[in-house]
Write a protein that binds this ligand. Structure first.
Ligand SMILES: NC(=O)c1ccc[n+]([C@@H]2O[C@H](COP(=O)([O-])OP(=O)(O)OC[C@H]3O[C@@H](n4cnc5c(N)ncnc54)[C@H](OP(=O)(O)O)[C@@H]3O)[C@@H](O)[C@H]2O)c1
Length: 376
């Protein structure tokens, strides 16, 4: 296993981090505890020493399974990460209750890496309103939290602002070869590194889209390479190549995926990819981008929409739906992100967005098509 140094303490953290958001489930969708515990322990037995969970993963069952897996000698072998879902707390008191509930579910007296979960503009404002950082600092002082960080899902400029607003020990961003200019992206990674804030990477396979059901044209590019690797291995190695990355969280739902990713991240090293290999990934990323149906650059000139639609994201999901051969994952993302009032079908065809779009995209037509696909 490759290990990287956590600058605050000098401790070594495995490049394979276990992300517990996508563990195996039964047919009815409930978590398969037995298999999940077996997988977490297998990862630890094979060198993984970082396990990431969250209050809402698997409807709370992820924390319970992690607690079960870390019983006995396993707890001291890992750095345990968990997160505060500020948006689920109706007030400060409830937020505090969630924290102690987490310790109970995890059957531990401390959490090593504790994150403000999923920071966006409104969530950060809510965290401040609930005095979350004071609460976390108190828990740190009393030994229930070792290190304080945040996970992030908003624009890069806001990411840079959040980095400066608290003496963070670490942060967590979505990063993969398709998301270099999405959310924090490459610029965010470099900014955090420049001020010595270690970066943990989530969604290295774009939630699996870069690993399973790879479009045929893309697969051909990989097959042309002299070096033979699976798409998942290419994508993980691309992230591992950045020395700025402390650990990579792997969501795995089967033993096969676990074994493959453990092997990849035992072998991957920083700055190990050759120019040829990096060029291959750039080619693949460009090919993916060319396959997009509508070349939206995400500039957001179309916003604000008069009925508050998140136009760039709807276009992105519509593109992805075609790119990934009508993947159910995209429909699930759409359902998760857009409530009743923010769906493409709410477009009133006022046309204000089209006047502003530098790419001259037919946004009204796209909203109609997206609605036909997603709002059935
Ligand atoms: N803090 C936050 O806001 C936040 C947000 C997202 C994630 N996270 C954390 O980050 C972790 C990683 O994110 P992620 O789960 O989205 O990671 P990911 O690696 O981008 O996607 C995981 C999915 O990739 C597929 N996969 C994994 N290994 C594979 C392999 N070797 N071959 C083929 N397919 C493979 C599986 O998809 P299938 O299930 O379709 O097979 C798996 O469910 C999460 O588990 C969670 O702990 C945190």
């Amino acid at each position: 296993m490759e290990y990287r140094t956590f600058n605050k303490t000098g401790e070594k953290i495995s490049l394979f981090g276990f992300g517990t958001m996508r563990m195996p489930v039964h047919e009815d969708g409930s978590l398969n505890h037995e298999e999940s515990v077996r997988m977490i322990r297998h990862a630890i037995d094979n060198g993984c020493n970082y396990v990431d969970t969250a209050y809402m993963y698997h409807k709370g069952e992820s924390e319970v399974a992690v607690g079960e897996a870390l019983k006995g000698p396993y707890r001291d072998k890992v750095f345990l990460a968990d997160k505060m879902p500020v948006w689920l707390a109706k007030d400060e008191e409830q937020m505090k209750k969630i924290f102690f509930e987490q310790l109970g579910r995890l059957k531990t007296d401390h959490i090593d890496f504790y994150l403000v979960h999923n920071i966006t503009v409104p969530i950060w404002a809510r965290a401040k309103r609930f005095n979350l950082m004071d609460f976390l600092l108190k828990q740190q002082k009393e030994g229930r939290i070792k290190h304080i960080g945040f996970s992030f899902h908003d624009e890069v400029d806001f990411f840079c602002q959040v980095l400066e607003e608290f003496p963070w020990d670490f942060c967590q961003i979505q990063f993969n070869y398709m998301d270099t200019h999405f959310q924090a992206g490459l610029k965010g990674l470099m900014k955090a590194a420049s001020i010595n804030i270690p970066v943990i990477v989530m969604e290295p396979l774009k939630g699996g889209k870069l690993a399973d059901k790879v479009p045929t044209g893309i697969m051909k590019k990989f097959e042309e390479s002299e070096v033979k690797r699976t798409p998942a291995s290419w994508a993980l190695r691309w992230v591992a190549n950045f020395p700025e990355v402390l650990t990579i969280l792997n969501g795995v739902h089967s033993f096969n995926q676990l074994e493959e990713n453990l092997a990849t991240l035992s072998d991957a090293r920083e700055n190990a990819l050759t120019e040829e290999e990096k060029n291959l990934i750039t080619d693949v990323a460009n090919k993916y981008r060319k396959m997009e149906v509508y070349p939206c650059t995400g500039c957001k000139y179309c916003l604000p929409c008069t009925v508050k639609l998140d136009i760039p994201t709807i276009i992105d999901l519509y593109n992805q739906y075609h790119l990934y051969e009508k993947s159910e994952k995209i429909q699930a993302d759409y359902n998760q992100w857009f409530g009743e009032k923010r769906r493409a079908s709410m477009c009133t065809a006022c046309g204000q967005c089209e006047e502003q779009c530098p790419q001259h995209l037919p946004i009204i037509e796209i909203m109609k098509k997206a609605s036909e696909v997603f709002d059935k």
